[in-house]
Design a protein around this ligand. Structure first.
Ligand SMILES: Cc1ncc(C[n+]2csc(CCOP(=O)(O)OP(=O)(O)O)c2C)c(N)n1
Ligand SMILES: CC(=O)[C@@H](O)[C@H](O)COP(=O)(O)O
Ligand SMILES: [Mg+2]
Length: 640
């Protein structure tokens, strides 16, 4: 990918922090925004990352930092994927050339990275709650700083945002919420809220509200009336009253053109300088704004790989194997042709989970519920009570949101909800907020839950079929981000025997029992060990629950060392096996058991292979673990 020349940015070059921005005349802020946009495009073209959302908030970012006294005033970006322009303005401009690279900046807001990031994120819809906490703290401390939370229309679909607004309205704390409405989530937004926001910004509603505003404003407190008067001079309109946000106790201001700095500045100043209690400013923007390839693309360049700035063409990863996500989607489509009770649910991630493909094949049997993982799970539970076969496809990291629903609505009622857990394990550039680390650990303790992990794409196909056939309670299967291993694919999956693993390679001294994606490395390690004269068995557990106790017993009895490996946090598969072995005395005769899991720390973003290496889950680490277990003599052999 040819690197473009860095754009000329004379004004931006003078801004090392927002204080510099605030010293500039307001008339020059438009140019700052233009330069910031060019700089953002240039930076992301070199690294890849989230682009469309940042492009849409360039003017808003400039205006907020120009009006508010950051970092004393707290600025929270929901999700944080749109915070790249904010990073550029807050002393991280050069470092942005390292964003999401190993050792470089995070792709999200992060407290340890800058005092301008008062709250870290990655998952959505947390900003209003966190902002409310800060606003209340500020009042308790007797400070009078402002707290501004910027949240997108997609993030506004999550229940947590409403829990926070409900509380904010009651507490009446001074909190400024900016709703950045670009009528986009990652995919086009779904649901009644999105339709409601569209009505608010539509001309008809806008006009009628504006007319009403003239009478309503007379009854409003002084600060709002004053705000209304001043704002109308600059914006397309100001109105308040009757919106859902007002019913929740917020003063509603908007819609405001979020790409016009001259519109934004007076509104933000009015809100800054007048009144108290929670305020919601409804700002209308366009995702991908100002970069034609982004504006023209279906996802508005939500997340991109490195790209050519002139053409917008993105670098394509090279692989001969299909992605796990695609295998999942194609297999589910195949199965759904055979079984009309199969339905599929995702939470605002149709493309990421492959359910966009399922939706094309079965539009009436596909449901995108918005960013609402909790609801997705209980909605699936409801479908299951009526005899449907719901597949809930959610990334491991986002499924964390729905734990009580999994326990209370699915597991206790023993409902046959199928959990397709994508992005299980390290995901690379998105880092620790998005790593799929905990699913095995949180699912295994649940009575009646079946927990599977696919070692390759053919296994995934079998697991989808297994989940279709398994009607006797909840069942899950996890699979990683990225491409499969390139194994031969069966025409159709076969239903696996529940709780039965498989031997992949026979040996006699060392055994490696793998759960999921580490199997290929385990086989590679076994071959290396064989080269040292250590005969090694490799087995694929397939199930963390129920465990294949026969297989475990055999491996324990017939080997000197047993390595347990998984791409998940401790407390998962290895913990299950160890507990079983301890209960049944399988380690009492001197078997050396070594669990290999993710380390007890959050692993920073890097390429997935590097994260695996840093976590000691690669071939070399397996070999070393075996030699350490065997003791000094064996280690001398290895060194020699
Ligand atoms: C709990 C959770 N679920 C899903 C996601 C994945 N996700 C990241 S950004 C995004 C869309 C957000 O849309 P919006 O808030 O409107 O921001 P925009 O990208 O449009 O600026 C989604 C679904 C997430 N980060 N967190
Ligand atoms: C910000 C966010 O949560 C998503 O955009 C996420 O980065 C997508 O990850 P994938 O690229 O793995 O779909
Ligand atoms: Mg949006």
């Amino acid at each position: 990918m040819p690197l473009s020349q860095r754009p000329s940015t004379p004004l931006l070059d003078r801004i090392a922090s927002p204080a510099d921005l605030r010293r500039l005349p307001e008339a020059s802020l438009r140019q700052v925004a233009d330069e910031l946009r060019q700089d953002l495009i240039d930076a992301v073209s070199r690294t890849g990352g989230h682009l469309g959302a940042g492009l849409g908030v360039v003017e808003l970012t400039v205006a907020i930092h120009a009006v508010f006294d950051t970092p004393a005033d707290r600025l929270i970006w929901d999700v944080g994927h749109q915070a790249y322009p904010h990073k550029i303005l807050t002393g991280r401009r050069e470092a942005m050339r390292t964003v999401r690279q190993e050792g470089g900046l995070s792709g999200f807001a992060k407290r340890t990275e800058s005092e301008f990031d008062p709250f870290g994120a990655g998952h959505s819809s947390t900003s209003i709650s966190a902002g409310l906490g800060m606003a209340v703290a500020s009042e308790l401390d007797g400070r009078r700083n402002h707290v501004v939370a910027v949240i997108g229309d997609g993030a506004m679909s999550a229940g947590m945002a409403y829990e926070a607004m409900n509380n904010a309205g009651a507490l009446d704390a001074r909190l400024i919420v900016i709703l950045n409405d670009n009528d986009m989530s990652i995919a086009p937004p779904t649901g009644a809220l999105s339709a409601y926001l569209a009505r608010l910004v539509s001309g008809r509603t806008y006009r009628s509200l504006r007319d009403r505003a003239k009478t309503v404003t007379r009854r409003l407190p002084e600060f709002v009336r004053e705000g209304a008067r001043k704002t109308e001079e600059y914006t397309r309109g100001f109105f308040t009253g009757g919106t859902m946000f007002e019913e929740l106790g917020f003063y509603y201001v908007g819609p405001i053109d979020g790409h016009d700095v001259d519109h934004l500045l007076p509104v933000l100043k009015n809100v800054r300088d007048t009144g108290d209690g929670p305020v919601l400013i409804h700002v209308v923007t366009r995702k991908g704004k100002g970069y034609p390839p982004a504006e023209a693309s279906a996802d508005k360049y939500h997340g991109v790989s490195k790209f050519d700035v002139v053409t917008g063409a993105q670098a394509k990863p090279k692989s001969n194997a299909p992605s796990y996500t695609k295998v999942f989607a194609e297999t589910l489509i195949q199965e759904a042709h055979e079984d009309e009770r199969i339905v599929a649910i995702n939470a605002a991630m149709p493309d990421g989970t492959g359910l966009d493909l399922f939706g094309q094949a079965f539009p009436k049997r596909t449901f995108d519920v918005g960013i609402a993982e909790q609801h997705a799970v209980t909605f699936a539970a409801g479908l299951a009570t009526e005899g449907f076969k719901p597949f809930v496809a959610i990334y491991s990291t986002f499924l964390q949101r729905a734990y009580d629903q999994i326990v209370h609505d699915v597991a206790i009622q023993h409902l046959p909800v199928r959990f397709a857990i994508d992005r299980a394990g390290f995901v690379g550039a998105d880092g620790p907020t998005h790593a799929g680390s905990f699913d095995t650990g949180f699912l295994c303790p649940l009575p009646g839950m079946v927990v599977m992990a696919a070692a390759d794409e053919a296994e995934l196909r079998h697991m989808v079929r297994t989940a279709v056939e398994h009607d006797g309670g909840p069942i899950s299967f996890r699979y990683p981000r990225g491409n499969g291993t390139g194994v031969e694919m069966p025409e159709r999956g076969k239903a696996l025997e529940i709780g039965r693993g498989r031997i992949v390679r026979e040996g006699s001294k060392v055994a490696i029992l793998s759960f999921g994606s580490r199997l290929a490395e385990a086989v590679a390690a076994a071959e290396e060990l064989e080269g040292f004269g250590l005969s090694t068995t490799v087995a694929d557990a397939r199930f963390a629950k129920p465990l294949d106790t026969d297989l475990i017993g055999r491996l324990a009895r017939e080997h000197e060392v047993l390595v347990l490996i998984e791409e998940g946090a401790s407390g998962g598969f290895a913990a299950q096996v160890l507990e079983h072995m301890a209960r049944h005395g399988l380690m009492d005769r001197g078997l050396k058991v070594r669990p290999m899991t993710m380390p007890d720390r959050f692993v920073d973003h890097a390429a997935p292979d590097a994260m695996i290496r840093a976590s000691g889950l690669d071939r070399a680490a397996i070999v070393e673990t075996v030699f350490r277990a065997l003791g000094d003599a064996a280690q001398r052999v290895m060194r020699a």
